[in-house]
Design a protein around this ligand. Structure first.
Ligand code: SF4
Ligand code: SF4
Length: 326
């Protein structure tokens, strides 16, 4: 790129612009640091795997999810799915505006959205957990926006985990932000995410992603393929017709229409997390009680507390200390 076409930019200018376009949070990560520290070294997904030229910086922007939807207690309420999908749509506009502005100033840029799964990595198993080409939660930590929690969700000081993220790659020569080293998560002493989880998916600084996906994407690719299998296997043509018109097919249609239930779904662990300036003032009255709690979950949390008190934070923590904080 010829320098004459480039406007000199600063990190503050880029972040102010992102906020002006509508981002609630924004940080800038160093692409080289992310290349050196992939979250899963056995399956590295680095900025440099996406583009050879335009990933020196990873700008992470986020928008908070709506408080009204968060205050609905049921994890499977469709109003929540739809509201979150609308937040994703709004965030896409913000990211696109920022890309256009960067490119107008001479810096090619591209978006890694929260809904993008690379089909080249699909191995034919619809039940397998599909990862993004870049972990946005880890990128957000690298961009100084927060730290990971007990179930590996991003926690931010402003909105706790109640944000949706996207990333913009661009080789703008601006100063990256620094990682937050102090953990925001209160650990098993809190454990509210584990108590509320309908999928029993939360472990010790870990998450069973396949169990989570069943709720996080209740009408996603896995459910669509299962439904089609059932219809194809049905030998009675009348029953087959009825299956095409039943509640399952309706939910699949509704989810494909806007992505609500296919790319959005359960976020109960985000709702009940007490981290974030918004929780005490605007959410606690509706979300303090956790009806999903059970004696079994309480016993598991007690075991985690005991292990931590004895200095054992488990292999999940050891592998992710960089992003959880210490
Ligand atoms: S999204 Fe839902 S199922 Fe997944 S970990 Fe959070 S509470 Fe559990
Ligand atoms: S609910 Fe509690 S344990 Fe879970 S992520 Fe939030 S602070 Fe950490």
């Amino acid at each position: 790129m010829v320098e004459i076409y480039r406007t000199p930019l600063t990190a503050d200018l880029v972040k102010d612009k992102a906020r002006e376009f509508g981002a609630d949070i924004v940080g800038i990560a160093d692409g080289a640091a992310m290349n050196e520290n992939p979250p899963d070294p056995t399956d590295p997904r680095r900025p440099s795997d996406i583009t050879d030229y335009d990933a020196d910086r990873v700008i992470v922007i986020g928008q908070r999810v709506s408080l009204g939807a968060t205050r609905i207690q049921s994890w499977s309420d469709r109003h929540k799915y739809v509201n979150d999908e609308l937040t994703i749509a709004g965030l896409e506009e913000v990211a696109l505006d920022l890309v256009r502005w960067l490119e107008k100033n001479g810096y090619p840029a591209l978006i890694v959205p929260p809904t993008h799964v690379d089909p080249w990595r699909y191995d034919g198993d619809p039940r397998a957990h599909q990862k993004l080409p870049l972990s946005l939660d880890h990128a957000a930590v690298e961009a100084g926006l927060g730290t990971l929690g007990l179930n590996l969700q991003l926690l931010t000081p402003e909105y706790g985990p109640r944000v949706i993220l996207t990333a913009i790659l661009s080789s703008i020569p601006v100063e990256p932000d620094r990682r937050v080293e102090e953990p925001l998560c209160l650990g098993p002493d809190c454990g509210r995410c584990l108590s509320a989880c309908p999928g029993d998916a939360i472990g010790h600084w870990d998450r069973d992603w396949i169990a989570c996906d069943t709720h996080r994407q209740p009408h996603g690719f896995k459910q669509v393929t299962e439904f089609l299998d059932e219809v194809i296997d049905e030998t009675d043509p009348e029953m087959q017709k009825r299956m095409l018109r039943n509640e399952k097919s309706f939910y699949i249609w509704a989810s494909i229409l806007r992505g609500a239930g296919a790319v959005t779904g359960c976020r109960r662990c985000q709702d009940v997390c007490p981290v974030g300036a918004d929780y005490e003032a605007l959410l606690k009255d509706a979300l303090d009680a956790i009806p999903e709690d059970t004696p079994d979950k309480r016993a598991r949390l007690d075991a985690l507390r005991g292990a931590e008190a004895a200095g054992d934070r488990g292999p999940g923590y050891a592998a992710r200390k960089r992003w959880i904080g210490s």
